[in-house]
Design a protein around this ligand. Sequence first.
Ligand code: HEM
Ligand code: HEM
Length: 155
Amino acid sequence: MYKWFYINGSVLFLAILLVYLRYHGLHMIIGLAGLGVILYNWTRHAVFSAIRTHPNRQTKIKFAQTSKKMLPIHKWTGTSSLLLILIHAFLVIKHYGWGVYSLKIITGLFALLILILMVSSGWLRWYRTTVNRRYLHWVLGFILFFSALVHIMSR
Ligand code: HEM
Ligand code: HEM
């Protein structure tokens, strides 16, 4: 029922821990902020899945109302996450160049590519919803979640 809330919370906790243990500068804090905002938007999926599976009708309604209230800022938080990650990538490249931490940079660039597609599909969906756009935004959400996880775990 609430499993996605715990999963998202654990990923954020893991990222905070890694930044604390490996701290090398501001680029990491900005990466963490970007991840935080991505997870905030991804929590929409956790809310929807809780609505689907919760046995109590009153709680379902409460979730649905909260979700509706959160919607107007969804597109702006989603777009800001892209901005934060672009700053993160810019600072990383300025700091290290392209060569060092190559696996980290490849997994990061992959996650960035998915994030760009995610934000674009979000705007397309906002402009006009079709079944395909809805599905695309949903599938990309999963791919983004796992590619961000692989990126923070890689060295
Ligand atoms: C959705 C996209 C991205 C997210 C959510 C993200 C998030 C993060 C976070 C939270 C960290 C700090 C924790 C850790 O070291 O594991 C980090 C580190 C790092 N990221 Fe990203 N990142 C993204 C994209 C990128 C891109 C595009 C690049 C490369 C251009 C990149 C390169 C790096 C590197 C090299 C580090 C290690 C920095 C260090 O140890 O000093 N990331 N990222
Ligand atoms: C990090 C970026 C983003 C993530 C992780 C994300 C995630 C999600 C998730 C999980 C849903 C619910 C999917 C469903 O079950 O149908 C959703 C819905 C939606 N998203 Fe995004 N999104 C992001 C960015 C954006 C952006 C930039 C826009 C721009 C307009 C956008 C527009 C929408 C719209 C219109 C909906 C449908 C809302 C509704 O009626 O419930 N998203 N998003």
